[in-house]
Design a protein around this ligand. Structure first.
Ligand code: MRU
Length: 385
C-alpha cells in the first residue's frame, strides 16, 4: 500500500510530506495543510490543528518519518555532488565516529540518521503531555529503530512503514471498539433504542477509523439501537459544537447539540437517556481516566441520574507505567481559549482564567472500559492478555 487516507490525514509513500485537515477551521472551511517534518507536526499538534489522542499519535510519527526521509534525500544528494554539501545546515554535525560528512562511512551515516530519528521522536512526544498514545507508539518506534539493521537509506522508510501500520491498526481498533460497544450496550439495555450523551470529539477526526466513543455511537445507529445522541458543546475549544456536531450531520445521526451546563437538565428530561459514552487520553493502571475537561462532571451526573458511564479507547491509551495521575501532567492551555471565543474577547480582559484541557474521572464512576480487545471494569485494566 503506497497511499493512505482518513478524514484528517492523507499520506503517500511517494511524497516527501503528508497532509492534515486543519481542524481549527472546521466546520466552516476545509483546508488541508502540508506537514513535512517534526517541527511542523509538533506545531500542528500543539496548536490543535490536529487533536484527539490516536490522531495526535499518528501525526507525530508521520512528521518524524518524513523528516528523516527528507534528511536522507539531502544526504544522498550531497554524496552525489560533494560540492553542494556546503549548502546544508547539518554539514558541521558529527557523523558517528567521523567529524565530517565527507569522511563518514556507511556505519557513521546509520548512526547519524538513527540518532536523528530518535531525537525527533523524543521531541514530538512533548507536544501535548496528557494523551499517552503518542508516547506509547513512540516507545515502540524507538525500540524498532534501535534494533534495526537497515542501511541508512532505509531508516526513514522504515519509520514511514511504521506510521502506515499504526494508522491502519487504529482504523481496525476503532471498528472493533464499535462492535464491542454495541454488544455491551445490547447486553445492558436489550434491543430497544436508547439515547446517549457524549463529550468532546471522539469520531473520525480524532481517530483514523470510525472513532472511539463516537464510533460506538455510529455503530449503535447502524444497529438500530440509537434513539438520539446529545452532544456537549465542550468549551472552551468547542470540539463538540464544531467537530462532533459536524460529524453527526455528515453521518445523518439523530443528534442535538447542548451546552455543557445542560447535561443534568437533559438527564432529568429524557427518560430514554441511559448511557454516557466518552473517549480517553490516558487510562492508568488503577482505571483512572483522563479525558476532555467536563468528562468528570458528566460521570458524576450520570451516576446521580442512573445512566451507565462507558469509556472507549484503544489499548494504546493505557499507561502501564502509572497507577494514577499523581505524577502525570494535566495540560493547561492558554487562558485566551476561555476569555475569547473564535478570537473574539468575551470576558473582561482583566479577569484570569483557568484552562485545564483534561480532568480525571475516578474508576468508581466508570461502568465499563471498551477497547478493541475487551470490555472490562476499570479494576481489570492491568489484566490484558
Ligand atoms: O484536546 P483534544 O481535543 O485533543 O481532546 C480529545 C479528547 O479528550 C478525546 O475525548 C480523546 O482524545 C479521545 S479521542 C478518540
Amino acid at each position: 500500500m503506497t497511499d493512505i487516507q482518513c478524514m484528517a490525514i492523507k499520506a503517500s509513500k511517494d511524497d516527501r510530506a503528508f497532509q492534515i485537515l486543519d481542524q481549527k477551521l472546521l466546520p466552516q472551511t476545509k483546508k488541508w495543510i502540508t506537514v513535512s517534518n517534526t517541527d511542523e507536526a509538533y506545531e500542528a499538534i500543539r496548536s490543535m490543528q490536529v487533536r484527539g489522542a490516536p490522531m495526535i499519535a499518528v501525526v507525530g510519527i508521520f512528521g518524524c518519518a518524513y523528516d528523516v526521509i527528507n534528511r536522507t534525500h539531502e544526504l544522498e544528494a550531497a554524496r552525489l555532488d560533494p560540492l553542494c554539501v556546503t549548502k546544508y545546515t547539518w554539514k558541521n554535525d558529527t557523523f558517528g565516529t567521523s567529524n565530517s560528512f565527507e569522511e563518514a562511512s556507511e556505519d557513521d551515516l546509520v548512526k547519524y540518521l538513527t540518532d536523528y530519528a530518535v531525537s525527533a521522536l523524543k521531541h514530538v512526544t512533548k507536544s501535548r503531555p496528557t494523551a499517552v498514545n503518542l508516547g506509547n507508539d513512540v516507545e515502540e518506534a524507538l525500540a524498532m529503530i534501535e534494533k534495526s539493521r537497515e542501511p541508512w537509506q532505509q531508516i526513514g522508510n522504515q519509520l514511514l512503514d511504521f506510521a502506515f501500520d499504526k494508522m491502519t491498526n487504529y482504523q481496525h481498533a476503532d471498528t472493533e471498539i464499535g462492535a464491542n460497544g454495541v454488544e455491551w450496550t445490547r447486553k445492558q439495555f436489550g434491543n430497544d433504542p436508547i439515547s446517549v450523551i457524549t463529550i468532546c470529539n471522539t469520531g473520525s477526526l480524532a481517530s483514523p477509523g470510525i472513532g472511539t466513543a463516537f464510533g460506538i455511537v455510529t455503530c449503535l445507529h447502524a444497529a438500530g439501537l440509537l434513539k438520539h445522541v446529545y452532544i456537549l458543546e465542550t468549551r472552551p475549544y468547542n470540539q463538540g459544537s464544531r467537530l462532533t456536531a459536524f460529524e453527526a450531520m455528515e453521518k445523518e445521526l439523530p443528534a442535538t447539540l447542548i451546552t455543557d451546563n445542560m447535561a443534568a437538565a437533559i438527564m432529568q428530561k429524557d427518560k430514554c437517556l441511559k448511557l454516557a459514552i466518552v473517549g480517553a487520553d490516558r487510562i492508568t493502571l488503577h482505571g483512572d481516566v483522563a479525558n476532555k475537561i467536563g468528562t468528570y462532571q458528566l460521570a458524576v451526573l450520570s451516576r446521580v441520574h442512573g445512566l451507565k458511564f462507558v469509556v472507549a479507547a484503544p489499548e494504546s491509551t493505557i499507561d502501564f507505567r502509572n497507577k494514577d495521575f499523581s505524577t502525570v501532567t494535566i495540560e493547561e492551555r492558554d487562558s485566551d481559549e476561555v476569555t475569547k471565543i473564535n478570537g473574539q474577547q468575551i470576558a473582561d480582559p482583566r479577569i484570569k482564567a483557568w484552562n485545564p484541557s483534561f480532568d480525571v474521572t475516578p474508576p468508581k464512576y466508570i461502568d465499563a472500559i471498551v477497547t478493541e480487545k475487551r470490555v472490562c471494569a476499570p479494576a481489570d485494566i492491568p489484566n490484558v492478555n
